[in-house]
Write a protein that binds this ligand. Sequence first.
Ligand code: NDP
Length: 402
Amino acid sequence: MGKVMIIGSGGVASVAAHKCVEVGAPIFSEILIASRTKEKCDALKARLLAKDPSAKISTDAVDAANTAALVDLIENFRPDLVMNLALPYQDLSIMEACLKTKTNYLDTANYEDETLAKFEYKEQWAYNERFAAAGLTAVLGCGFDPGVTGVFTAYAQKHEFDEIHSIDILDCNGGDHGYPFATNFNPEINIREVTAEGRYWENGEWITVPPMSVKRSYDFAEVGRRDMYLLYHEELESLVKNIPHLKRIRFFMTFGESYLMHLKCLENVGMTSIKPIDFNGQKIVPLQFLKAVLPDPATLGERTKGNTNIGCIVQGMKDGQAKTWYVYNVCDHEQCYREVGSQAVAYTTGVPAMIGAKMMLTGVWNLRGVHNVEEFDPDPFMDELNKRGLPWQTTDKPAAVE
Ligand code: NDP
């Protein structure tokens, strides 16, 4: 019944493919893994077949920035859904190919122009009318954050609150991979995100602060106390648009001392710059060179110990009373590695991507047009999180973030 084309063969794509195979036919009856480097797709296929020899998997090479090449591939395979698990730079070329071939679309990261260190939904939302007119659905940002954080918020709105007034999204990675400096997902995207200015929304306006200038400490369940820093994150933009009565929304992520010290040093010497420089007669982008020398996040799985804890502290009104509600997931790096051979950051992104795909293929999420996850019914997705390895917990008495 469901034919899926997965674009990318990195950490997130690998987890999503494992989970699609786990769910299997008839929902995921056939999978094409297409990415820049075909050998990586073939290696992933071999790992998947070792787990389930009956899975129907094919592979191909594709440059996802090339819409015409994508159109050929899609027309050949005729998938019901394209899961874009490559990089945010390719979102628009893949959406364009989906539109041309009348295919549904899902991704986990907001479009970014490779030459500009910023992201916003404007370009992707601009596809809404064309997708709707073609009877197609595009689900944007269906990883954990963005992704599950939006689903958590939609669930809070549906069941726990009459009005939501504030949301703090807290992303804690309490895992230790033993390296002095490595990123848990694509280094280029990760470093672009954390070196950007911080931004949050309060009383109807965006407030910008220097990178890493707002620091808080929080005691995370099953991790312990960690320092966390205010960042701008893409779900803030869509939640401000989609959640009425919101007065404030912020996003915090934890970072260790060693990570921050190395990052500062790399920034100071120009290694995080995205401006091309001349080197030995060729142009190189320092950040892309840095990515090439850092550990590949896909290889961190077997070394990483500890838990992640990601969730939302929501405050607002229910039945005339002020209320606070915290919903979060704790994920164990070592358990993820035992299950799918990946660390928890890839796992917490790849599992929701598969669940979103399942929601679309089964017609449970069927709004036409381009939508963020919080616009759909959260209940079936929340049930799947519990079944597919990302159980969630709640408390009415969380510590507040100052
Ligand atoms: P990786 O770098 O591990 O994998 C990216 C994959 O995309 C690689 O297989 C790469 O190919 C492929 N790729 C890159 N450029 C192209 C291209 N032009 N054409 C075809 N394939 C291409 O990244 P991750 O798996 O860590 O991250 C994947 C996505 O998930 C990113 O967009 C990231 O921002 C997002 N993400 C979202 C999160 C969330 O919670 N929402 C959290 C973490 C990540 P090659 O192997 O040849 O390099």
